[in-house]
Write a protein that binds this ligand. Structure first.
Ligand code: ATP
Ligand code: MG
Length: 429
């Protein structure tokens, strides 16, 4: 008898055959003569029936089963239009592997409680499906990087100087010294382009974000890339190509997951290059036309980004930001130093999902920019060395993996895009 995965049965591969499945009890309903069990494994859920008259030994075992008990169940897989998924197993044998105590989530399903029980909630269909789509998104991203001759690298998480602003920096004691957790791997990727040229990484970034929003975590996964001899146009072309590829591959291969999650997959088929591009100045004009009091030099907030994104209804770029709101490493226009060659990708409902730009390649301008931001050039000696020895124009970007998933899967909160979310209040388990 074949030990099979539930998905294979639902796909009709074992119709009217005897099968054995291993998994956990997802639901149970007991009548006088009949017990309905819904069994789940990693691949799906299937309804099983145990009849007292036909299988007395299996019945005795099934009676003892509690929600989330693990078991092996043998029986005949039959097409049944009344069963969710279209197939049912008529059980002939049931054997308990681990009898579960009363499962806490079965009783209390409040949002707060579910968050406290994260270690158990990860068994839910929702989390199971989100994690699968997440794995696919990472796979397809890597596929695109591979196809475009990028090399995956592994940057450090312990760092000695800030990348983004100091206000979101996590400090830590490293033996006798003060170190930080990385906020971005960008500066390290910049080191590596002089050796490997096109590089990328998918690694955690840490931000001490105090405000609780639906799009901020304190630890998130950052997909970053950097490459030499490139400009803003190359950058936007690459990023839209990457997005198009990921969306297309997810559209082709994750139909079942989206359907069960109730997420709109059709929007992914509309993601085609080229993406609309507007300048920051145009974004401000558009917002002013909608009664915003924003003026040139102000940073765009979440609400502003959402308003802009609503107009487009799909991913788009905003570029050419004011230098004053950008980090020291951003390249500026030589004839307009107040404008930085920086670009954000935005999507509906979430706003910004990536920031990228050209990096300042001139050593003297870079030193001046470091000083202007109240930072110490001595802390960036190795970064300045990259400009001393064979500097090249280069660009790169960083995209938040969880923000991408929030948009794709229509999630209400970023904490559902990662198995073990870290926020100001949550770090358990
Ligand atoms: P925001 O202004 O939305 O807080 P940011 O501009 O500070 O973001 P960047 O430094 O540009 O963020 O980081 C690059 C990308 O990383 C962002 O576009 C976003 O997708 C993601 N990201 C940044 N901070 C977080 C966070 N706290 N949680 C999850 N993703 C994040
Ligand atoms: Mg940004």
């Amino acid at each position: 008898m074949a030990l099979v995965k539930i998905r294979e049965i639902l796909d009709g591969k074992y119709s009217d055959q005897t099968v054995s499945v291993r998994g956990w009890v997802y639901r149970k309903r007991q009548g006088k003569e009949l017990i309905f069990l819904v069994i789940r494994d990693s691949t799906g859920v299937i309804q099983c029936t145990v009849k007292k008259a036909n299988a007395p030994t299996a019945w005795a075992e099934a009676e003892k089963l509690t929600i989330e008990s693990s078991l092996t169940l043998e029986g005949t897989a039959k097409p049944d239009s009344r069963a969710p998924g279209g197939f049912e197993i008529s059980a002939e044998a049931v054997s308990i592997i681990g009898l579960a105590e009363v499962f806490p989530i079965a009783k209390d399903k409040s949002e707060e409680f579910i968050r406290d029980m994260r270690h158990l909630w990860l068994r839910s269909r929702k989390m199971n499906l989100v994690m699968k789509v997440r794995a696919k998104v990472l796979e397809y991203a890597r596929e695109y990087f591979e196809k475009t001759d990028f090399i995956e690298v592994s940057p450090p998480m312990f760092i000695s100087a800030a990348v983004e602003g100091g206000s979101t920096l996590f400090g830590l004691k490293y033996f006798e010294q003060d170190l930080y957790l990385t906020q971005s791997s960008q500066l390290y990727l910049e080191i590596l382009i002089s050796s490997l040229e096109n590089v990328y990484c998918i690694a955690p970034s840490f931000r001490a974000e105090k405000s609780r929003t639906i799009r901020h975590l304190t630890e998130y996964w950052h997909m970053e890339a950097e490459w030499p001899f490139s400009d803003m146009n190359d950058l936007m072309q690459f990023e839209e190509g990457l997005m198009e590829h990921i969306c297309k591959r997810v559209y082709e291969n994750c139909q079942n997951e989206f359907k069960e999650l109730g997420a709109d997959i059709a929007k992914l088929s509309q993601v085609t290059v080229p993406f609309p591009r507007i300048t920051y100045a145009e974004a401000i004009d558009r917002l002013k036309a909608k009664n915003s009091s924003l003026k040139w030099g102000d940073d765009l907030g979440y609400e502003d980004e959402k308003i802009l994104a609503e107009e487009f209804g799909k991913p788009f770029f905003v570029y050419d930001y004011p230098t004053v709101i950008k980090a020291f490493y951003c390249r500026t226009y030589r004839d307009r130093p107040e404008v930085a060659l920086s670009v954000d990708m935005m999507v509906p409902r979430v706003g910004e999902i990536s920031t990228g730009g050209q990096r300042e390649e001139d050593k003297d301008i870079l030193i001046q920019r470091i000083k202007e931001q109240g930072l110490k050039p001595e802390d960036y000696e190795w970064y300045l060395d990259l400009r001393r020895y064979g500097t090249v124009p280069h660009a790169g970007f960083g995209m938040g993996v969880e923000r991408l998933l929030v948009w794709m899967l229509d999630l209400d909160n970023i904490i559902d895009a990662i198995p073990f979310p870290r926020t100001t209040r949550r770090f358990y388990p």
